[in-house]
Design a protein around this ligand. Structure first.
Ligand code: NAD
Length: 433
């Protein structure tokens, strides 16, 4: 088992259902704030300010359906804090989108950008709609109308949306186009996660998985484990899981299990990850390529060095946390461990590297995309990956330093780094007027 851990914390992620066993995204985000603040000597008015979003925009988004009828949806953009720079965060199209969820997830983006030391604050938004019930043309009309409704409050220096659940690079291209048409000039920096042909960055898609792999490597180094003698199980073989598994495989780790929604492939001698198609390449096909299939529940309990839950939220809970036998858990998904599950892992001395650090490669390469857009200068894939590695190492070092000095968990250390930076910026800027 790993050594040096305590505490019980978790945060909301990009998924609606990713809050803890009994908490909403907003409750979880606030609990994280209070907990990190309890380790720091902060002006209480700063904590009070951070409890609340700076602004929440609620808009009505009417669209004409393909059959000629008009349907009206509700959209939100919650802007939590911008003391360190423009608001940044995803836009999701999902039936469960609500004001409070956007506020909670926007707060969580504030912490994530700060732990990576990006010059951004946090925001989240979306529309309460089931995108699977919309045609592509309807989705385009919805996106363009939403862009118009929130146009005054977004912009490359104000608030920069990105894809999230139910939205994708194409959605961002429509949003960018709608905004640019109204501004009278092409403004690629208004959103990130665009297709590269309209100002998106190379390496953006694989960045969250790459950061998970980099952090796994750093954890192994820290605990004196040779990556070449490290066994890894990865739940979820999508954008995050497959990219993380393939990179770790390339770097010499033994990937003994990978999975999708249908079950897990288990090869104790190691899987050739490049021969198994990712979710994007062939959806839900992992078990088709497996000689030995085990359940997703079993994958979580395998006796491996590193477990990477990279599918969805709340998979390690009070019910199964006692059965986890990995030494380290690196959170690839957002919020894969419930609050109670986290406490149990901590008691059992299993080191958990939190999602706000581990999968932050996505927002970090979004930052690179924004830099490329505002400078009108494209970076090579090699440069993106090199700079991502540098940023991940710097964030890791900052978190490691708090972890060592304060004798806290990795999760607490990450939140302490984030909150100290945000609070210091508030103190330095002061209160206006
Ligand atoms: P994805 O859709 O590309 O892949 C998801 C994978 O999980 C698929 O292989 C799917 O079969 C599998 N899966 C779905 N339900 C499952 C279940 N019940 N049990 C086991 N496997 C299941 O998704 P993704 O983009 O890789 O995202 C995965 C997680 O990472 C989510 O929590 C997401 O919020 C988070 N995340 C994604 C990004 C990103 O930019 N893609 C960034 C940060 C965090």
């Amino acid at each position: 088992m790993a050594s040096k851990s305590k505490s019980t914390h978790n945060e909301p992620g990009d998924e609606a259902a990713e809050s803890t066993e009994s908490e909403s995204a907003l409750e979880t985000a606030r609990r994280q704030l209070y907990h990190a603040a309890s380790h720091l000597d902060l002006d209480s008015s700063i904590v009070e300010r951070l409890k609340h979003p700076k602004k929440v925009h609620e808009v009505t988004v009417p669209i004409e359906r393909d059959d000629g009828t008009v349907e009206v949806f509700t959209g939100y953009r919650a802007q939590h804090d911008s003391v360190r720079g423009p608001f940044k965060g995803g836009l999701r199209f999902h039936p469960a989108v609500s004001r409070d969820e956007c506020v909670g997830l926007g707060m969580w983006m504030t912490w994530k950008c700060a732990v990576m030391d990006l010059p951004f604050g946090g925001a989240k938004g979306g529309i309460a709609v089931n995108p699977k019930e919309l045609s592509s043309a309807e989705k385009e009309r919805l996106t363009r109308r939403f862009a118009q409704e929130i146009r005054d409050v977004i912009g490359p220096n104000q608030d920069i949306p990105a894809p999230d659940m139910g939205t994708d690079p194409q959605t961002m291209a429509w949003l960018m186009d709608a905004y640019s048409m109204q501004e009278g000039e092409t403004t690629p920096g208004v959103v990130t996660g665009k297709p590269p042909v309209v100002g998106g960055s190379e390496g953006r898609e694989e960045a969250p998985g790459r950061s998970v792999a980099i952090v796994t490597q750093l954890v192994c180094e820290y605990y004196d484990r040779d990556l070449k003698e490290t066994t890894v199980a990865v739940q979820g073989y999508g954008s995050v899981g497959a990219n993380a598994a393939r990179l770790l495989d390339d770097w010499g780790a033994t990937i003994v299990a990978i999975s999708d929604v249908n079950g897990a492939m288990y090869e104790p001698e190691g899987i050739d990850t490049s021969s198994v198609p990712s979710h994007d390449e062939e959806p839900e096909a992992v078990t088709k390529y497996a000689d030995t299939v085990i359940s997703n529940d079993k994958l979580l309990t395998l006796d491996v060095d590193v477990l990477i839950p990279a599918a969805l939220g709340n998979v390690i809970t009070k019910e199964n946390a006692k059965t986890i036998t990995a030494d380290f858990v690196v959170e690839g998904a957002n919020g894969p461990i419930t609050s109670t599950g986290d406490s149990i892992l901590v008691e059992r001395d299993i080191a958990v590297i939190p999602d706000i650090l581990a999968n932050a490669g996505g927002v970090t390469v979004s930052y690179f995309e924004w830099l490329q857009d505002i400078n009108r200068r494209k970076w090579s894939l090699e440069r993106v990956n090199d700079e991502l590695e540098t940023e991940m190492e710097a964030a890791w070092d900052a978190v490691r330093s708090e972890f060592e000095q304060r004798d806290v968990t990795w999760r607490e250390a990450a939140y302490i780094v984030a909150l100290s930076r945000i609070a210091e910026a508030h103190e330095t800027r002061g209160l206006w007027p």
